[in-house]
Design a protein. Structure first.
Length: 100
């Protein structure tokens, strides 16, 4: 093993882990938007679970836009939160890989 190989592997593992977590969070938000737009049964356990997770990860953006249509509100607010999660994840992963 060369000098610095272990820290590089550790940083690569950290970057991969962060990418998986950030992408999973963004996908939960996108799934919440999809379930809302497709009018999934709000009493269904999967729908409730996804909605609860989405509320936890919305970055305070759940009421940024307040259009009259509640579906549009979910699409705009949670869609924006998903985009922010994707962007922040990409930046953080790039930083971790650069300093590895």
């Amino acid at each position: 093993m060369g000098v610095g190989t272990a820290p590089r592997r550790g940083a690569a593992l950290l970057a991969s882990t962060l990418r998986i977590i950030g992408t999973a969070i963004a996908l939960v938000l996108v799934l919440h938007v999809a379930l809302t737009l497709l009018e999934a049964n709000p009493a269904n356990q999967l729908t409730i679970f996804v909605a609860d997770l989405a509320v936890r990860f919305n970055l305070g953006l759940a009421d940024l836009f307040l259009p009259a249509d509640p579906k549009l509100a979910v699409a705009l607010n949670y869609g924006l939160a998903a985009l922010v999660w994707f962007a922040v994840t990409a930046v953080v992963v790039r930083i971790v890989r650069r300093f590895a």
